[in-house]
Design a binder for this molecule. Structure first.
Ligand code: BG6
Length: 466
C-alpha cells in the first residue's frame, strides 16, 4: 500500500450540501493546521464557474465555523472548478487536464451512491483513477445485498486499500478516546469482561427533529441513519479486543472480529418509535412507518461478552442532545451494609457529546455512625468534545493514505448482517411525544437490566459545545 501523500484533492458534488457543510470547512482547517497545499478541484453539474464556487466557499465558511483569512485566501488560490455531466467523457477529460502533473489524486465522491458507478467509470476511462484514492460517504447500501453490490462496483475501479469509507463518528476525538483510555491504562482490561461488567447502555439523543432532511430521513430511519453505523462503531470501540501490531488494519481487524461475533438482531431485540408530528415534515410520506427513535439489545457471542447485554437507543426530538455510554459494573456479591444501592452505582460513564467526559462511579461512605453511603463520580477526564472537527481529521488521514479511521467492506457487511433481520417495518412502531425519552416500550426492553440512565446536561457548561 502506498502511503505517499495524495497530490491533488478532487471533490465531486462540489456545489452540494456536504461540500457546503463539511468539505470547505475541513479544507480551510487542513490548510490552516497542516499546511495542506494541493490543487483542490471541485466538480459538479451546476452550470457554475470558478467564481461561483469561490463565492460558495465563502458562504460555507461564514456559516460553518467562520473564515480564517490567510487559510481562506490560500484555499481560493488552490481552488479549481470543472462543470459537466457525470455521464459525459468530456467532464473527466477536463478533470484530467486540471489535474496537470498530479499522479496520485484523491477523489471525494460527495454525490449520491446511485452515481458512484458512472463516476468511477468516468474516472477510470480518463486515467483519473490511476494511483488514486477514493472517499465515499454513507449510506453504504440499503441492506446487506446492496452493500455487497456497491462494494463490487467500487472494487472494479479501486483496490480496497484505496477506498476510504467515511463514518464521521470515527473521526470524533471522544470516540477515539474510548480506545485510548481502554488500551493505554492496563487497569481496565482485567475487568473489561462478563465477570465484572453487568451491562452497557449507549444513548444517542438529539433534541431536534429531522429538520429539512425529511426526504432523506424517510428512506432510512434512526436504525440505518445512526445505529447501524455510528453506534455500532461505538459498540465496537467499547468491546473489541486490544489490537496487535501498528499497521492501519490492526484496529480494524479486531473490530471486524467483534462485529462478526454480534448476534443478528431479532424482533424482540428492537423497539421503534416515531415522534408525533414527524409525518407532517416536508418530504416525509403521509403515512410513514419510518422510526425516528430506536432502542436495541445487542448481544456479543464471545467468551468475553457472553451474557452481557448492550442496549443502544437513538432518537430525534428527545429531551437533550447528548451521546453517552454507561458501562455498569457488577454489584458486590452481597450487600455487606444492607443498603439499597442504585443499579448504576458502580460504573464508567463515557460521554461523547456535548462534552467529552470519562467518569468513574463509586460509592463513598457518608460521615457518621451508620455504614451508609452515597454515589459519587470521579471525573477522570473532561473537556470540550471536538478539538479537530471529524471531517478535517478524516480528509487529512485519507490524503495521507491512513485508513485506520475508515470503515472497511467486511465491517460494513457485518454491520448490515446485524440489522438485516429487523429491517422493513417488521416490528411495531410506537408514537412518542416530542421532548420525551421515546415510547414506553423502550423502558420495557431494558427492564431486566435497567433503567435507562438519561444523560444530564448542565446549563452554561463551558465544556459543552452545542
Ligand atoms: C448523521 C446523521 O450521520 O449523524 C444525522 O445523518 C445525525 O441524522 C448526525 O444528526 C449526528 O452526528 P453529530 O456529529 O452531529 O453528532
Amino acid at each position: 500500500m502506498t502511503t505517499l501523500h495524495s497530490d491533488a484533492f478532487v471533490f465531486l458534488g462540489a456545489t452540494g450540501d456536504l461540500a457546503n457543510k463539511q468539505i470547505f470547512p475541513a479544507l480551510q482547517g487542513l490548510i490552516r493546521d497542516e499546511g495542506f497545499n494541493l490543487p483542490i478541484i471541485g466538480v459538479a453539474k451546476a452550470g457554475w464557474n470558478l467564481d461561483q464556487l469561490k463565492a460558495r466557499a465563502k458562504e460555507s465558511l461564514e456559516q460553518h465555523g467562520g473564515i480564517n483569512q490567510p487559510a481562506f485566501e490560500k484555499l481560493l488560490s488552490l481552488l479549481r472548478y470543472v462543470d459537466g455531466d457525470y455521464g459525459d467523457a468530456g467532464t473527466f477529460a477536463q478533470l484530467r487536464t486540471e489535474l496537470g502533473n498530479a499522479e496520485r489524486p484523491l477523489h471525494y465522491l460527495a454525490i449520491p451512491p446511485s452515481l458512484f458507478e458512472l463516476v468511477a467509470e468516468g474516472l477510470a476511462a480518463s486515467g483519473c483513477s490511476k494511483n488514486a484514492r477514493v472517499v465515499v460517504e454513507k449510506p453504504f447500501g440499503r441492506d446487506l445485498a446492496s452493500a455487497q453490490e456497491l462494494g463490487q462496483t467500487l472494487h472494479k475501479y479501486f483496490a480496497e486499500e484505496n477506498i476510504f469509507r467515511i463514518d464521521h463518528y470515527l473521526g470524533k476525538e471522544p470516540v477515539q478516546n474510548i480506545l485510548y483510555t481502554r488500551f493505554a491504562n492496563p487497569i481496565f482490561e482485567p475487568i473489561w469482561n462478563r465477570d465484572h461488567i453487568r451491562s452497557i447502555q449507549i444513548t444517542m439523543a438529539e433534541d431536534f427533529g429531522v429538520q429539512d432532511r425529511g426526504k432523506f430521513y424517510d428512506e432510512v430511519g434512526a436504525l440505518l441513519d445512526v445505529v447501524q453505523n455510528h453506534m455500532m462503531q461505538v459498540v465496537a470501540n467499547l468491546t473489541m479486543d486490544p489490537p496487535t501490531g501498528e499497521d492501519h488494519d490492526a484496529v480494524r481487524d479486531r473490530k471486524a472480529e467483534l462485529m462478526r461475533a454480534i448476534r443478528p438482531l431479532g424482533q424482540n431485540d428492537v423497539v421503534r418509535g416515531q415522534y408525533k408530528g414527524y409525518r407532517s415534515v416536508s418530504g416525509v410520506a403521509p403515512g410513514s412507518l419510518v422510526e425516528t427513535f430506536v432502542a436495541i439489545k445487542v448481544q456479543i457471542e464471545s467468551w468475553r461478552w457472553a451474557g452481557v447485554p448492550i442496549y443502544v437507543r437513538a432518537g430525534k426530538m428527545l429531551p437533550v442532545t447528548s451521546t453517552e455510554a454507561l458501562i455498569e459494573f457488577k454489584r458486590p456479591p452481597r450487600e455487606t451494609f444492607g443498603e439499597i444501592v442504585p443499579a448504576s452505582s458502580a460504573h464508567m460513564r463515557i460521554r461523547m457529546s456535548p462534552d467529552m467526559t470519562i467518569g468513574l462511579g463509586v460509592r463513598v461512605k457518608t460521615p457518621g455512625e451508620r455504614m451508609v453511603g452515597r454515589d459519587v463520580e470521579l471525573e477522570m477526564h473532561r473537556r470540550a468534545a471536538d478539538d479537530m472537527p471529524p471531517y478535517e481529521r478524516l480528509l487529512g488521514d485519507a490524503s495521507k493514505g491512513n485508513s485506520e479511521l475508515f470503515s472497511r467492506q467486511d465491517l460494513i457487511e457485518s454491520q448490515w448482517r446485524i440489522v438485516d433481520p429487523i429491517m422493513g417495518n417488521v416490528t411495531p412502531l410506537y408514537p412518542y411525544e416530542p421532548g420525551t425519552w421515546g415510547p414506553e416500550e423502550a423502558h420495557q426492553l431494558i427492564a431486566n437490566d435497567g433503567p435507562w440512565v438519561d444523560p444530564k446536561i448542565v446549563e452554561d457548561d463551558p465544556c459543552a459545545k452545542a
